[in-house]
Write a protein that binds this ligand. Structure first.
Ligand code: ARG
Length: 706
């Protein structure tokens, strides 16, 4: 039956990040067949409360879910990490020790944090696409901007909602998302990072996993339950819907869906893009990040306070450092290039004699040939030159420099904005590490970018003292950090009080950044733009053609940080020949991995004691073990972090926090055999709050289904 159904609707099981508005039309019957017990309206509705009202876009990069009628939000530990680290000092170290507010008054307001809840999704393609017909890429972009503003202004009229227009299928469809945004968000609790980040970067992106990757926040609203800025007398937000929590546990084959905000996928990438990523871009990002991570690690290992300051940055850079290693490895192992080539050959067969499509792939090839020799320029600028903290700070004054001789008001505004984050920036600035990073990155640039693509400033750098290039780069870096005003907040403040173009241009850090940046702007930006302009219509036509080629297939758009739902089931897998990975991990595995000498595998004594005493409360598995994490075959990506994993009744069974190593190419191709989503089991979350955190009052707030 299921097989028939899949063929008849053309929906490929388990792959797909679906637009909630369209579930009823495209997915609902299949979801029911797989175990969904709810109506389509219970998943998404505009006039009545529905599941979507419990899903929040968490601070722009993650997802969270509301799990009590007092605005309690569950998300990942790694999503709350920055806020938790920011609230930590060696005296009150909640990152390492954990924290649970005993009452609302103890919850910690997080400045700048926000969550948004989708109110409505609308297909506005008909208002846009006809207007764009026949326009050049440039005119198209301009027209799109005008239309977008019109549509957004219209939707905003008479309300306080936020509105976003999202392009789907590379411009074959447009959807409007309306949000309510809350900005009074407070930290409710977190486990110690030895639990919330157990396994660290060693286990990151891998299964089997034993990480209690969750933290909790609360949404506050004004007395009328409306979104409002922080105020001490704001009250917990009463949501339109909150997810009941299923404490009965999961088993293989159970229906599971994930609702959230996947960030970015590139499922319609061309073979040339894969080749470029594997051969050039990915290894470059990895090598450039390696430099940063090693230097930061040295600082972090020396001093606890410094470790707290650098932790969040380190985790962020390390996360995608490993991502690109894994992606490269799996793109090769799963022969994704060859797979794309085959699909492209089929497309060309179909495209023969069709004016709209027959040149698509030839044009793509042409665009890549022109772009490839320069493709690393952008990577070296963003991940290299601007990956050096002090350079990034210096670059924030470029807008000032560009305006000072033209438009004083604009220049002053730019200066003010550049200075605004100084306190935070210099609080976590380590010039001696930064200096090493600069020297090594410059040397890597010198060695890996063809010499005819070096800025002339490279010659200036190489005049520095030293016998070898390594010595020259290092004495140059030393000079920069000794002399630049960007090396300390005091010097920069002094400049801001008496700013001058001359002084800025004479600064060795600014001069260098300016040289590299302008070198890019003057010589390579136009190549990048030309590439994007050439690829825009081809990517769009390619998808349009694929849809025509497969009229019975239901397509889903690439992730673009808009609300999506993906459904499948709890599922084990075989990572390689003769190896089987079970779907559930337990605390037994924490004990196996436990190593107090390795900070990534250390664990709090209290957790070990609870394990020894088998003090698992009502949260244990049927076999008496304490569950930790489980896997599903859901189709997620970064941005889904913190997303609820929901059973067929609409109850929360876990929260998604990662993908698995064997499918790290998943943002480009979904591989049904290998692709899994890694989730914290909700029973482990409850156990950690109640037993480890001693905060049963938080558990009691929830609607537990026992
Ligand atoms: N890989 C996870 C994700 O991108 C993040 C895990 C964070 N943990 C870490 N060890 N850096 O969603």
């Amino acid at each position: 039956m299921l097989a028939l159904l899949i063929i008849s609707t053309g929906v490929k099981a388990d792959e797909g990040m679906w637009i909630p508005l369209l579930l009823k039309k495209y997915n609902y019957e299949e979801m029911k067949a797989k175990g969904l017990k709810l109506t389509a309206e219970q998943l998404y509705d505009v006039n009545n409360s529905s599941m979507k009202d419990a899903i929040v876009w968490f601070n722009g990069g993650c997802t969270g879910e509301i799990i009590s009628n007092k605005g309690l939000v569950l998300t990942n530990h790694h999503c709350g990490y920055g806020a938790i680290a920011e609230k930590s000092t060696p005296q009150d170290n909640i990152l390492d020790n954990g924290f649970w507010a005993k009452n609302n008054g103890e919850e910690k307001p997080i400045q700048g944090m926000w969550v948004s809840i989708v109110q409505k999704i609308e297909d506005v393609s008909d208002k846009i696409i006809p207007e764009l017909k026949g326009l050049s890429e440039k005119d198209r972009a301009a027209k799109l901007q005008v239309l977008s503003k019109q549509i957004i202004d219209e939707a905003k009229k008479g309300n306080k909602l936020e509105v976003q227009l999202r392009e789907m299928f590379k411009g074959n469809a447009y959807y409007l998302f309306t949000f309510q945004r809350f900005t009074d968000i407070r930290l409710v609790g977190t486990p110690p990072q030895s639990v919330g980040k157990f396994g660290g970067d060693a286990d990151n992106w891998m299964w089997p996993r034993h990480t209690g990757d969750f933290s909790m926040f609360r949404i506050y609203a004004n007395k009328n339950n409306e979104a409002a800025g922080y105020a001490p007398d704001n009250v917990p937000y009463v949501p339109k819907h909150s997810l009941p929590v299923n404490t009965k546990g999961v088993k293989e084959g159970d229906f599971a869906m994930v609702y959230g905000f996947p960030g970015r996928t590139n499922r319609y990438e061309f073979s040339q893009g894969i080749e470029l990523a594997v051969e050039k871009i990915n290894p470059t990002i990895v090598n450039l990040r390696d430099i940063r991570l090693k230097a930061w690690k040295e600082v972090m290992d020396k001093n606890e306070g410094d470790r707290l300051k650098l932790s969040a940055n380190y985790a962020q850079i390390a996360n995608y450092w490993k991502y690109f290693i894994g992606q490269t490895e799996q793109l090769k192992r799963l022969k994704v290039y060859e797979f794309k080539k085959e699909n492209e050959a089929k497309f060309n067969e179909f495209a023969k004699g069709k004016a709209e499509y027959e040149n698509v792939l030839a044009n793509v090839e042409k665009a890549y040939q022109a772009y490839k020799p320069y493709a690393l320029q952008r990577t070296y600028l963003s991940e290299g030159i601007l990956g050096v903290s002090m350079n990034a700070k210096a670059s924030s004054l470029m807008a000032y420099a560009n305006n000072i001789n033209k438009d004083t008001a604009a220049a002053n505004k730019a200066l003010k904005s550049a200075m605004s984050g100084n306190q935070d920036f210099y609080g976590a600035f380590f010039p001696s590490a930064d200096e090493k990073i600069l020297a090594q990155i410059l040397e890597m640039y010198f060695n890996n970018i063809p010499s005819d693509q070096h800025p002339s400033y490279m010659a200036t750098i190489l005049k520095s003292k030293g016998k070898t290039n390594t010595e020259k780069f290092s004495s140059f870096a030393k000079m920069v950090y000794a002399k630049s005003m960007f090396s300390s907040i005091e010097k920069l403040d002094a400049f801001a009080k008496a700013p001058s173009y001359k002084k800025l241009m004479a600064d060795p850090c600014f001069a260098m950044v300016n040289a590299f940046y302008n070198h890019y702007l003057n010589n390579y930006k136009e190549k990048v733009d030309a590439f994007n302009d050439a690829m825009g219509p081809e990517g769009r036509n390619y998808i349009k053609g694929l849809m025509e080629m497969n009229p019975n297939k239901t397509f889903y758009p690439d992730a673009n940080s808009s609300l999506r739902l993906t459904y499948g089931s709890v599922q084990s897998y075989e990572p390689k020949d003769a190896v089987k990975f079970d779907y559930l991990t337990t605390m037994d595995g924490i004990m196996e991995k436990y190593n107090p000498a390795d900070f990534e595998f250390n664990a709090p004594q209290k957790l070990l004691d609870l394990y020894q005493a088998k003090d698992f409360g009502n949260y244990k598995n049927a076999d008496g073990k304490m569950p930790v994490a489980f896997i599903t075959n859901n189709d997620i990506t970064g941005g889904n972090s913190g997303s609820p994993v929901i059973d067929g009744n609409g109850y929360l069974i876990g929260l998604a926090f990662d993908g698995n190593w064997e499918a790290m190419s998943g943002d480009i191709v979904f591989d049904a055999k290998y692709k899994r989503t890694i989730n914290v089991d909700i029973r482990y979350v409850l156990f950690l709050i109640d037993k480890l955190g001693g905060a049963p009052h938080i558990v009691n707030e929830m609607n537990l289904i026992k």
